[in-house]
Design a protein around this ligand. Sequence first.
Ligand code: NAP
Length: 259
Amino acid sequence: MLKTIKGQTVIVTGGSKGIGKGIARVFARQGANLVIVARGEESAQQAIAEFHQHGFNAEYFLADVSNWQEMQKMAEFVREKYGRIDVLCANAGIFPQASLDDMDPENWDEVMNTNLKSLFLSVKAVTPFMKEQSKGRIIVTSSITGPVTGFPGWSHYGASKAGQLGFVKTAAIELARSGITINAIMPGNIYTEGLQDLGQDYLDTMAASIPLNRLGDVEDIGNTALFFASDEAGYITGQTMVVDGGQILPESLEALEGL
Ligand code: NAP
């Protein structure tokens, strides 16, 4: 099952850290040719060095996902190097917090450009090549925050993540006759390097609010992306998958009492 990724060319934006790095590791382990995309060279180099230690075929391309020229260069680079682009994991994103009172228009634009406009740009950059192949898989890292839940300080972030799902539905129809599918993953709270600074008490409290009683692992998201990218998932497009350990299920705190 799911052996079809071997030898395929996979782009993971935001693949130098966190969830993107987890997605990249899962694909690389399956024998994919991996290109991770990020702005910072040091963390990209570190991620690639780690992948090479495991014998994975991986390299990085430095680009800002909110910049159209850079997204075009990314797609051309991958196409020139590998001759094809099989999978795009549009994962890069930011989540700065600002209350409505404190948020200024620049904060709003930065989050929208990085999380939502970037999805349009990266998809627009890779789909001409996927259309030539009459096949492609696009997997978007959205969130439960926005489409399902809210959290103070994240009105711009939530809007960007809900907006991604709106994009996915229409893009799925437009791309379908070219053999390209696009689906979105909606992660709950996933344990990444960035969360380590919040302290064990905070992490324990977060875990206690999740029915499966743990934060998600980056590879929980990677495994879901791998499924959406597989031939076996070829008849699924325009859909979403919540991967949150049941986090959105409890109606109230009482629903978790006595578990
Ligand atoms: P992270 O650890 O902060 O990693 C973000 C990655 O995106 C880094 O590789 C970063 O590299 C890259 N990136 C950020 N802005 C970029 C830009 N403008 N151009 C290119 N690359 C950029 O974040 P994460 O927690 O893994 O989150 C990844 C995705 O998952 C995001 O879309 C986020 O909304 C979503 N998500 C996360 C969680 C969670 O619990 N962590 C939950 C739900 C959804 P550079 O900074 O070097 O560019």
